[in-house]
Design a protein around this ligand. Structure first.
Ligand code: ADP
Length: 346
């Protein structure tokens, strides 16, 4: 079992007056694929480097498989860290690059050959054994770098912005591959990204970090439907925020008296909801049905944003481009806000 626990982890770089990792506690389940997500400079890489043993924490503890690893040097932690510009050894062939770590561990030759063969099959790079890194495409180099890490069967694989140098289509391909490798190997994986769509696509759970502090640790859908605060909602593209007052069984605001979900936090005073969850036009449900005026629209290709007004409140909803084109600016539209799509922020 390779669960990972960060306990009150702090890091202040020498000479700096502020912590870049500020009291982070996190429990990562064995066999999970977890994202450390946050804007650039929020301390994500510093956390990975401390787990890998390249940096020592200022305070706090890191437990892997239930035991503190702080007294272990990096090579004794059985953890592999991959960076975005994974440097392959230029003079070694692909097979030699992949087998390098096992040779360092003085494994028998036949065992190394078998392991390299198996991992190359898994990564779908058979046939490239004899090539040198400069004879590979960017995607193939990424696969070799992943193979070189996975062949060591580490108990924990750390990836620091592994795909951020790749173009969009290759990036999607590598993301699918990583997800598949995770399923097939069951290795506990923790990756750093600043891209929320990458975190959502890949991770079982996301740890969102702002300024070195953990803001929310949840399954991806919770960041859309149950964000902890406005900054979390905004980081995930939230646009609709409407002030009001929570009464016993409804929320009173410029949109009217809205029925709220059963788990509504009692301390909230800002209503938020996702533009993709709003239903425009007639539906069978009469709950939370309001009339809004279409003030404008913005064509985005696969969808159109409708800018709607209800009394003094403005909000956005998504529509299919075809339906949106049939609406007239200034037209009143019937809009339904399903109670489960509503959420309150402090
Ligand atoms: P992220 O991975 O979220 O982009 P980092 O962990 O790389 O963030 O950096 C967090 C902060 O720590 C940044 O302000 C960065 O400039 C600073 N930092 C990173 N490495 C060092 C270092 N070796 N010495 C001093 N400051 C550093």
């Amino acid at each position: 079992m390779t669960e990972v626990a960060l306990r009150n982890l702090c890091k202040t770089y020498p000479g700096a007056d502020k912590a870049v990792v500020d009291d982070i506690s996190l429990h990562i389940k064995s066999g999970s694929l977890t994202a450390l997500l946050g804007p650039s400079g929020s301390g994500k890489s510093t956390i990975l480097k401390m787990i890998a043993g390249l940096l020592f924490p200022t305070s706090g503890d890191i437990l892997v498989g239930g035991h503190s690893v702080l007294s272990l040097p990096p090579e004794k932690r059985d953890i592999v860290l991959i960076f975005q510009d994974n440097l392959l050894f230029p003079y070694l062939s692909v097979a030699e690059n992949i087998g390098f770590g096992l040779r360092m561990r003085r494994r028998p030759k036949a065992e190394i050959a078998d392991a390299v063969h198996a991992i190359m099959n898994l990564m779908q790079i058979r046939g490239l054994e004899k090539r040198k890194p400069f004879e590979l495409s960017g995607g193939q180099q990424q696969r070799v770098a992943l193979a070189r890490a996975l062949v060591l069967r580490p108990r924990l694989l750390l990836l620091d912005e592994p795909f951020s140098n790749l173009d969009a289509s290759l990036r999607l391909e590598m993301q699918s591959l990583l997800k598949e490798l995770h399923r097939e190997t069951g290795t506990t994986m923790l990756f750093v990204t600043h891209d929320q769509s990458e975190a959502v696509r890949l991770a079982d759970r996301i740890a969102l970090i702002f300024h070195g502090q953990l803001r929310q640790y949840d399954a991806p859908d919770a960041f859309y439907n149950r964000p902890h605060d406005r900054s979390v909602a905004e980081f995930f593209g939230g646009r609709n925020f409407i002030d009001g007052t929570l009464k016993e069984d409804h929320f009173e605001c410029a949109l009217g008296h809205l029925k709220m979900p059963a788990d509504t936090p009692s301390h909230g005073s800002i209503l938020t909801f996702r533009p993709e969850n709003i239903i425009i036009g007639e539906t069978s449900s009469a709950t939370n049905r309001i009339t809004a005026i279409l003030e404008g629209r913005q064509f985005l290709g696969e969808r159109t944003i409708l800018h709607l007004r209800c009394g003094p409140a403005m909000f956005e909803a998504y529509s299919s481009p075809l339906a949106a084109a049939s609406y007239v600016i200034g037209q009143p539209l019937s809009v339904c806000l399903p109670p489960d799509s509503l959420w309150l922020l402090p």
